[in-house]
Design a protein around this ligand. Structure first.
Ligand code: NDP
Length: 246
């Protein structure tokens, strides 16, 4: 499928996990892809090489999502390199959990800057370059709707904020032909939440399908939203969670 031929994408946190799967899927569908990473240059370079191997242009940019100026610079470098920006995927996130009394200001700040401020700031920078058909897709979490374990309040709060951002931006950018959507993955096999980790059996049991997702299953929905097939979807939150919230 070449649904994204001629499009330029920026994926935050594209060096591993869901972000890497999204970067590769969008490239397979024809897009050129820039991706950011925090510290793992080796993995970022590996994803870039995989994208080039399927015939698309690719770029890795080190950019800590906690730093607004780094995100704006990543957007500008994407446009300077590829000449456009059509699709933004706000994926990078941190998962800091713990009992309420133990969560300190540093964890609160890190979670809110990376999970909430970063998608907002990156969207601000990106829409300066987007025209009709532009796409903003954020990766939220099933935990925004169902905080199944104690200690999830900070993370759940941060991901719930993206629902409001998505609805607000959909209204604001709809007249410009830009759609804005949110994907809520369920438990997905990544370094952050390995399918064979200590609590994986319990977590998988919360889903209707009784298993973890592969990152590629999340990427498939992102690709749909990014393509013209998803052009009438905006302001939506789509659960790709195996029935976790059913
Ligand atoms: P991983 O830990 O596997 O990968 C995280 C990616 O984000 C890496 O590329 C990492 O870069 C990057 N990243 C992390 N922090 C920053 C930062 N401050 N600045 C820039 N890049 C950063 O995570 P997942 O793939 O599991 O998660 C991706 C998204 O999906 C997150 O938003 C998460 O909340 C969400 N999610 C995940 C679920 C799951 O079960 N896995 C379930 C629901 C939602 P580097 O390689 O340099 O470290």
């Amino acid at each position: 499928m070449n649904r994204l031929e001629g499009n330029v994408t920026l994926v935050t946190g594209g060096s591993r996990g869901i972000g890497a799967a999204v970067a590769l899927r969008l490239a397979e569908e024809g897009a050129d892809v820039a991706l950011t990473y925090e510290s793992n240059a080796t993995c970022a370079t590996d994803v870039v090489e995989q994208i080039k191997a399927i015939g698309r242009r690719a770029l890795a940019v080190q950019a800590d999502s906690a730093a607004p100026e780094a995100l704006t610079a990543a957007v500008n470098e994407t446009v300077a390199t590829f000449g456009a920006l059509d699709i933004l995927v706000n994926n990078a996130g941190v998962f800091l959990v713990g009992p309420l009394e133990d969560v300190g200001p540093a964890e609160i700040d890190r979670t809110l800057t990376v999970n909430v401020r970063a998608p907002f700031v990156t969207s601000q920078a990106a829409v300066r370059h987007m025209g009709e058909g532009g796409r903003i897709i954020s990766i939220g979490s099933n935990m925004a709707e169902r905080a199944v374990f104690p200690g999830m309040a900070l993370y759940s709060m941060s991901k719930t904020a993206l629902v409001g951002m998505t609805k607000g931006l959909a209204r604001e950018l709809g007249p410009r032909g830009i759609t804005v959507n949110l994907v809520h993955p369920g438990p997905t096999d990544t370094d952050a939440n390995p399918a064979h980790g200590p609590n994986a059996g319990t977590i998988a049991g919360f889903t209707a399908l009784g298993r973890y997702a592969e990152a590629a299953e999340i990427a498939a929905t992102v690709a749909h939203l990014a393509s013209s097939d998803g052009q009438y979807i905006t302001g939506a939150t789509i659960n790709v969670d195996g029935g976790f919230t059913a």
